[in-house]
Structures are given as C-alpha cells and as structure tokens.
Design a protein around this ligand. Sequence first.
Ligand code: ATP
Ligand code: MG
Length: 299
Amino acid sequence: MATPTIKQIRKFVDRYHVTDGRKFRLKDIRPDDTHGLKSEFKDEAKELLARGVDWLEEEQERLYAQDRWGVLLIFQAMDAAGKDGTIEHVISGVDPQGTQVYSFKAPSSEDLDHDFLWRCMKALPERGRIGIFNRSYYEEVLVVRVHEEYLRRQKIPPKLITKRVWKERYEDIRAFERYLARNGFLILKFFLHVSRKEQKKRFLERLDQPEKNWKFSSKDAKERQYWDQYMEAYEQMIRNTAAPHAPWFVVPADNKWFTRLVVAAAIVEELDKLNLKFPKVDDAMRKELAAARRMLLKA
Ligand code: ATP
Ligand code: MG
C-alpha cells in the first residue's frame, strides 16, 4: 500500500475535529462510528496506521532538527476507552528521545500545595519534542466537577470557590493554551469516546481473563454510576475549550483499530500543516563543514 495522502488522511479526521465548541453536542458523535468502514477493513486500517506512524516518525525528526515548535498531545477518556494502547501504538515508531509521556493520577499533597496547572506546567514538552499527557489539567473540570468534594479538598481559600468556579477554570485553561500556542506549541486534545456498553464489556474481559485482571479496579466499576455526569462534564469541557489553536478531537472509541487510525491521522495532518523542514545549511555553515572535513582528513 502506498503512503496515504493528506487528503485520504483528512477524511478520517474532519468530522471529529472540533475547533469551535459552541455548537458541539456529544450525541452527534457515536462511540461505535467507523466512518462507514466495516470490520473487514481492519487489516487495511492497521496497514494505514503503520504508514501514519512512519510518517509521524519523519515529521518528528524534522520537528527535532528544526527545534522551533513543540507539540503537546492530551488524552482524556473514561476508563478502558483505550488511552494507554492508543498512545503506545501511535508513538511506537517515534524516537523515544523525541517524546515524553506523563500520566497524571490523583494529585499528591505537593501538587495540592500549588495552583491546579502547576504539575502539568512542570511536565510541558521542550521545543522540538512531542509531549504526551495521559490525563491532564482537564481532570480539574472532569473528575473534580463530578465529585465536588475533591474541589473542597484542594487548598483553595473558600471564598474563592463560588458558583462560577467551572467557568473560571475553563477561562484559565483557555488562557493557558492560548499562551502556549503563541509560544510555538501545537496543542492537540483527544477525547476517546467509548460507550457505556463497550466499557462494561471491557471491564468484564478484565475480570474473565486472568492475564487482564491486573487492569481491573473496582473503583473504576463504581465510577460507572456517574456516567451521565461525566458525559455532561466532557461535553461542557469541549464546548468551552475547543479552539483553532487547541482543537479537540472527539474520537469514537468502541473499535480500537478505528480509534488508533483517527488519532494517528489527526496528528499527521496537524503536523503536516506546520510545514516542518530540516534546517537549511547556509554558506557559513557549509564553509564550517568543509573546514571540519579538511581537519579530519589531516589528522
Ligand atoms: P490505569 O487505570 O489504566 O492504570 P489511570 O490513568 O486510570 O490508568 P489511575 O491510577 O486509575 O490511572 O489514576 C487515575 C485516577 O486519578 C483517575 O480516577 C482520575 O480521575 C484521577 N485524577 C487525575 N487527576 C485528578 C485530579 N486533578 N483530581 C482528582 N483526581 C484526579
Ligand atoms: Mg484507572
């Protein structure tokens, strides 16, 4: 199979790409959507994914050589939506030195001694690299919104917690992302949208297959009772924080092969837009290289 063109790639991405959240409705994207592709297409999708991954590897080399732009990929999802596997597959071809993956769990007491962006700011990628956040500051408007007692546990002065608190958090996140974008950081955000039914199936597999037992947590199963509140929080998050410079990709996640393909395609497409090039060797540099060659040959 030939390397896919940007046009072919784009058709897997466009309908899940949210740059203006005002009209966004979660119900418009079905978790089991596969863009009309049947599961017979699975092998071809794998092939296409492999091409996408190769392409990404090349883009990453240019990103690194150029050392101007940085990339931040954010992954958010319900448990068992396939975040870990997607991250693993998509960056599998990329030089490990060019990527940094951070997983954000419940905040530590040191984290809670700071503002909510602090722990993520410390983990931001450098220029020339791809930073990956497995969960992120978006948990602050997801799990913390669904369980307001977590907000009370944060050491924020009580008089600053008003009913505007979520609006303020969206505003702060928007300002932060705008700031990063203005500094040359490309931000791509992925919500892997799994259905409640598929999540149940995956949890049951974790229980039924001994080699998957370690992945199961009864806390995750309990969290299912808050499903509707989570979906509402995700929808509000996307409505309030999607922007052209920091888009959300709402990726159907009931079929892993499709999820991975869409995520890889989205990253390839957005990196392609940066038009990354290897730095040009100018005359001064060429002279320096020639001098180095002469020196090497003499010694
Ligand atoms: P896996 O379960 O696949 O190992 P995970 O990302 O689900 O990966 P967990 O150890 O389950 O990892 O920890 C993540 C938990 O931490 C989630 O329940 C998440 O909602 C919670 N969490 C993350 N950030 C925050 C936060 N800022 N405040 C409160 N809870 C948070
Ligand atoms: Mg978990």
